[in-house]
Design a protein around this ligand. Sequence first.
Ligand SMILES: NC(=O)c1ccc[n+]([C@@H]2O[C@H](COP(=O)([O-])OP(=O)(O)OC[C@H]3O[C@@H](n4cnc5c(N)ncnc54)[C@H](O)[C@@H]3O)[C@@H](O)[C@H]2O)c1
Length: 453
Amino acid sequence: MKTRRQFLHHGLHASLLLGMPPYLLGAKKSAQYRTALIGCGWWGMNILREAIAAGRSQVVGLCDVYQRPLEASLDEVQQLTGSSPRLYRDYEEMLEKEKPEVVIVATPDHWHALPCIKAMELGAHVFVEKPTSHTIGESQAMLQVARATGRTVQVGLHRRIGPHHVSGMAFLRSGKLGRIGLVKMFVTSSGTGPEEPTPHTKEPRGMDWDRWCGPAPWRPYCRRLTPGGWRNFLDYANGTLGDWGVHWIDQMLWWSPEPYPKTVFSTGGRPILGPPVSDPDRGSTTDAPDTQMVTFGFESFTAIWEHRKYAGNPQENHRIGAYFYGTEGIFHMGWRDGWTFYPRKASESTVHQEPSFDHVEDGHNLTLLWQDFIDAIDQARPPVADIAPAHRSSLLPMLGMISHRLGRSLNWDGQTESILGDSEAKSLMRRAYRQPWTYPSLQSKTSSNQPSP
Ligand SMILES: NC(=O)c1ccc[n+]([C@@H]2O[C@H](COP(=O)([O-])OP(=O)(O)OC[C@H]3O[C@@H](n4cnc5c(N)ncnc54)[C@H](O)[C@@H]3O)[C@@H](O)[C@H]2O)c1
């Protein structure tokens, strides 16, 4: 397999587009796209259902490192379509054999970058889940390959298209808030502590645990890790800030007059859950902070992320979302509670918009997001949650976690997408991959890292 460096060295733009197989060239405005799913868990299947329902996908391959979700997804695809896509444990084998034109990547965050890059290099358009990646260098490489190959990349930030988010953003931009000086993004949940370690056990039958860990550090299996629990293990994800924060930071950046903050500073820890445990006799706890505040310093305003995993309290009115504080009032962009504007003047009435979801139970707008993805491919235009803005929204939580690890403030240069004057912090923008995987390499700075308008 070619490394990325070799790939870029060989004049990637032209060779890719000219050398691309005929089935990948040209827009197919009504045909079905050969579609494959990598990561057949909860959210991967949510996306695949949308792809099938939209009627523009022929499912040709399903890939997971765990047999149980793989077989469950096959059953469901058979029921929904009558067809039987082939099953794979190795995404590279699937991509090479099935030659999908559209690939969905819904693996845990540490496993986003390599499958996405490989899929794009082989000519597929990609729908990848948020956040774009686990470390900054991976996301930068993904963006660069997306631009070099000209592939459409939609990131699963469905709040970019959810109806109340769209109308809320229009309200925010209408000027009715006056001058906005502060944005606070937050999530709170109930919980108690301290966290008891979960014993290390053998992984479930049919799960390839070594491959699940993949390029990230290997650690002993415990039930808390899968499915979904990896979010709070920092080897594989970036805790609540990476998981929930990216959605609300994305809303803030969608509104923001500036593409990047200048400074990032995180405080917090695990005052309730207690110090992380990873012990052969006792097992493992999670290791992500239960309490975190990150201040993002922009030139014209300040943004704050805040989460706590305890003391969820209805007295607080809104428990998730983003508050925009303006000279004429406070605007809350929420989830199941829609959006609300609280005017400064008592004589004016509160303005409220209820949400509307494509899927009420999971509270998402994936129907709209998938349709936009297919339209973007057909029309050769950027999708609403294009990788460039999604990359920036994903960077901010990663910067917050670097500041959290080092306990100091970071100075960020958006032009070069680099941490200034702190070589230790800068080194944490990437990490060593476990063999045999190779960290995606990045060509020297190109315009591809610049934010799109
Ligand atoms: N946009 C949203 O609102 C939203 C909501 C939920 C989840 N997500 C994102 O979706 C992704 C998946 O989350 P989830 O909750 O479904 O997790 P999950 O743990 O339920 O599922 C992940 C699946 O990926 C599989 N997997 C792991 N490594 C793999 C590999 N190398 N190749 C193929 N399969 C592999 C796992 O076995 C598992 O079945 C995450 O990135 C998460 O952040 C987004």
